[in-house]
Design a protein around this ligand. Structure first.
Ligand code: NAD
Ligand code: TYD
Length: 342
């Protein structure tokens, strides 16, 4: 099996590449990644001497490159994306290019190359937001609220259209919020951990009452592999974790795990259009793929904190680069208006 992974130098992609090479000893992986701010070859340094792995520096919008790479590929797993809601609020341009145009370009190239399987890694954010009750199933209407979510929903619909129009053998997975090793520290869990370890203020949007449904990246990767091997073409599979938590309770758990003080918490002005709650019903994936999440939340959080503790250089390289500028533009005004915890 020869698999083209896109976005394999990012957080979930890097976990997936390593997971698949370990789980499937006769599979080969070609990793196509543009190395944007979120792509980091340090995430895959352990594979430098691995003969079943090859990295290609390139863009999913580059049709000529895709036409060269796809012949002989048995499956595409498409992670490459702009992935952060807050950045999409600052400027959505790159989200439309990579997430929408890039997905269609990859679909077209895979159809021409007659690639036998194409899995699109989508997100629960395409469904929009929930109140305190209920869960999203695969037949819930798509109602994305942020530019990020809208660009993923557009791509998700293009994948659906490729099946209905061209009978292209595509599948879609929609996962809930991931956490684990290699996550870029703009996202909430690694942002809280790195700030707690450095004794820096922790920005909590609004009152910290928004709820997320967390899944460990390893469980997400296992779900993607199960869908790739056993999923039905044209189908969508929700991959949700078992754990739902409001943001403030999550911060408190992470502060306990890092040994940092609650005095670091700052309540800052809310994200515009902040989705209140996500929750996924993954009954279909459990029943039809035989998948379920295995990592217990406390154990997963503990392991994630340890990973960030043990990789200060990885964190320092990111925090020394363009991230510093992004952090200023996203948080300087907010932190100036912050309230501390009572
Ligand atoms: P990430 O931002 O950490 O990584 C994205 C990767 O894509 C990077 O390596 C980047 O260099 C690469 N990339 C970006 N634009 C590219 C382009 N034009 N061509 C080639 N490569 C490009 O993202 P992540 O958190 O690992 O998410 C991966 C996928 O999973 C995304 O599609 C995201 O929408 C989806 N997803 C993420 C979560 C989550 O909680 N992080 C949840 C559900 C779904
Ligand atoms: P995030 O990791 O950006 O994922 P998403 O918005 O895609 O679910 O944020 C997770 C939750 O944490 C979300 O409710 C927003 C909140 N949040 C903060 O309170 N402060 C922050 O600095 C960030 C980045 C997120």
């Amino acid at each position: 099996m020869r698999v083209l992974v896109t976005g394999g130098a990012g957080f979930i992609g890097a976990n997936f590449v390593q997971y698949v090479l370990a789980q499937r000893p006769d599979w080969e992986i070609l990793n196509l990644d543009a190395l944007t701010y979120a792509g980091n070859l340090e995430n895959l340094a352990a594979l430098d001497a691995e003969p079943r792995y090859r990295f290609v520096h390139g863009d999913v919008c580059d049709r000529a490159l895709l036409d060269q790479l796809l012949p002989g590929v048995d499956a595409v797993v498409h992670f490459a994306a702009e992935s952060h809601v807050d950045r999409s609020i600052l400027d959505a341009t790159a989200f439309i290019r990579t997430n929408v145009q890039g997905t269609q370009t990859l679909l077209d190239a895979a159809r021409q190359a007659q690639t036998p399987r194409f899995l699109f890694v989508s997100t629960d954010e395409v469904y929009g937001a929930l109140g305190a009750q209920g869960r999203f199933t695969e037949s819930s209407p798509l109602a994305p609220n942020s530019p990020y979510a809208a660009s993923k929903a557009a791509a998700d619909m293009l994948v659906r259209a490729a099946f209905h129009t061209h009978r292209q053998p595509v599948l879609t997975t929609r996962a809930s919020n991931n956490y684990g090793a290699y996550q870029f520290p703009e996202k909430f869990i690694p942002l809280v951990i790195t700030h707690a370890l450095a004794g820096e203020p922790i920005p909590v949007y609004g009152e910290g009452k928004n709820v997320r449904n967390w899944i460990h990246a390893q469980d997400h990767c296992a779900g993607i592999l199960a869908a790739l091997e056993r999923g039905m073409p044209g189908e969508v599979y929700n991959l949700g974790g078992d754990d739902e938590l409001d943001n403030l309770s999550l911060v408190r758990r992470l502060l306990q795990l890092t040994g940092a003080s609650e005095s670091l918490i700052r309540f800052v002005p809310d994200r515009p259009g902040h989705d209140f709650r996500y929750s996924l019903d993954s009954t279909r994936a459990r029943r039809e793929l035989g998948w379920r999440p295995h990592v217990a939340f406390d154990d997963g959080l503990g392991r994630t904190v340890s990973w960030y503790r043990q990789h200060p250089d990885w964190v320092a390289h990111i925090r020394d680069g363009s991230f510093r500028q992004y952090y200023q533009s996203q948080y300087a005004t907010r932190l100036a208006q912050a309230r501390t915890a009572q």
